[in-house]
Design a protein around this ligand. Structure first.
Ligand code: ADP
Ligand code: MG
Length: 317
C-alpha cells in the first residue's frame, strides 16, 4: 500500500463535512472560511529522527529551521500567509532540555523571518529518537487560495527555482561526502527556504489555476495535481531547471541529475499551472496539462517518453 492509499483508507470513515469548511483532507493545507474576508489555512507535518533526518547530518538549530520551514511551505503552496504555529516535541529524557532549546532557536529564527507566532504545543519524552511535529495556521484573502484541483487541459506547467539540489545534498550525506562543492546542496537539503513571497506573487496574479509545493518529487507532486484535477500532463525533460553545479557534482557521484530533479523530492519549490506566458527569471515553464488523465509523460531530448522506476518519495512504497 502506498502512503496515499493508506491516507485514503484512514480518512474514509472520518466525519469530514462542516459548514464553513472549504477544503479538508487532500490539499497542502485545510481551508476554513473565517470572516468572509479571509480564509484560515491549517497544516501539520512531523520530522522523525532516522526517517527524515539523522543526528550526524544536521545540527539541531538547522533541524528546528527545517521543521518549521516544511510546514510554511505548505502554507505557501496555497498562496497564503503564515500567522501562528504550535510545536509538539518528543525527545529522549536525558538530552531533552538543551536539545529542545537548540531546535527552538532554529524555529524562532524562521518564524521571525516570516512573521509567524508561536501559540502552543506539547512536550513529551520519546523512546524512539527525536520527533518534531509542527502545525501552522495561516490566512489568505477569501476565495484566493490555490488548490491542487484547479488544473485544466491546455494549462502550462511551471516550477519556481531549480530542482534536484536537495536530493543531491541527501546523496552526499548518504555517501559521507562533505566537500566544499557538496555543502551548498547539503544546505538545500537541511535548511530549505519556504517560497512564501514567491507564492503570494503567483497567487496575486489571479491567473494560476493550481499549485502544490514539491516535497515528494516533481513527478509525484504533479501527479497529485493531475489526480485531484482529473487531468494528465506532459513535461519536457530538457526544460526542467537544474543548477549547473548540481549537474556537475551529480555526474561526478554517478547520479543522474535529471532523475534527482524529477523524483528526488524535498526541493520545497512551487509547482503550479496557469496560462502561457507566466515564466520569468525565477519561474520556468516545463510542460503542459492534457485532457487524458492516463497520460503522465516525461518527454526526453529525442521526443521519447522516459520511463521512471520511481516517481517520488513515498513513505510506504
Ligand atoms: P504534504 O506533502 O503537502 O504535507 P501529505 O501528502 O502529507 O501532504 O498529505 C496529503 C493530505 O492528506 C493532506 O490534506 C493531509 O492533511 C492529509 N493527511 C495525511 N495524513 C493524514 C492522516 N493520518 N489523517 C488525516 N489526514 C491526513
Ligand atoms: Mg505540500
Amino acid at each position: 500500500m502506498t502512503e496515499f492509499e493508506l491516507i485514503k483508507r484512514l480518512t474514509a470513515g472520518a466525519p469530514q463535512r462542516a459548514k464553513g469548511l472549504i477544503r479538508g483532507v487532500g490539499d497542502d493545507a485545510a481551508v476554513i472560511a473565517c470572516d468572509g474576508k479571509r480564509d484560515l489555512l491549517v497544516t501539520t507535518d512531523a520530522l522523525l529522527e532516522n526517517i527524515h533526518f539523522k543526528r550526524e547530518w544536521t545540527d539541531l538549530e538547522t533541524l528546528g529551521r527545517k521543521a518549521l520551514a516544511v510546514n510554511l511551505s505548505d502554507i505557501a503552496a496555497m498562496g497564503g500567509t503564515p500567522r501562528f504555529y504550535l510545536v509538539s516535541i518528543g525527545l529522549a529524557a536525558s538530552s531533552a532540555a538543551s536539545d529542545a532549546e537548540k531546535i527552538y532557536r532554529g524555529m524562532n529564527a524562521v518564524a521571525s523571518e516570516h512573521g509567524a507566532i508561536l501559540i502552543g504545543g506539547d512536550t513529551v519524552a520519546s523512546g524512539l529518537g527525536a520527533v518534531i511535529s509542527v502545525t501552522v495556521i495561516g490566512e489568505a484573502k477569501h476565495g484566493r487560495c490555490l488548490y491542487r484541483n484547479g488544473a485544466r487541459p491546455g494549462d502550462a506547467v511551471y516550477v519556481t527555482g531549480k530542482l534536484g539540489g536537495s536530493a543531491l545534498g541527501l546523496g552526499c550525506l548518504l555517501r559521507g561526502i562533505d566537500s566544499e562543492g557538496a555543502r551548498p546542496f547539503i544546505r538545500l537539503h537541511n535548511d530549505p527556504s519556504p517560497r512564501i513571497a514567491e507564492a503570494k506573487k503567483i497567487a496575486s496574479t489571479g491567473e494560476a489555476s493550481a499549485m502544490i509545493d514539491i516535497s515528494d518529487g516533481l513527478v509525484q507532486d504533479l501527479a497529485h495535481i493531475a489526480e485531484e484535477s482529473g487531468v494528465g500532463f506532459r513535461i519536457e525533460a530538457h526544460c526542467i531547471p537544474i543548477d549547473g553545479e548540481c549537474k556537475r557534482l551529480a555526474v561526478e557521484l554517478r547520479l543522474d541529475p535529471l532523475k534527482l530533479a524529477l523524483t528526488g523530492g524535498e526541493d520545497y519549490e512551487l509547482l503550479f499551472t496557469g496560462p502561457a506566458g507566466m515564466e520569468n527569471s525565477w519561474i520556468t515553464c516545463i510542460g503542459e496539462i492534457v485532457a487524458d488523465k492516463n497520460r503522465r509523460d516525461v518527454i526526453g531530448k529525442n521526443g521519447d517518453i522516459l520511463k521512471l522506476d520511481r516517481t517520488g518519495f513515498d513513505h510506504f512504497g
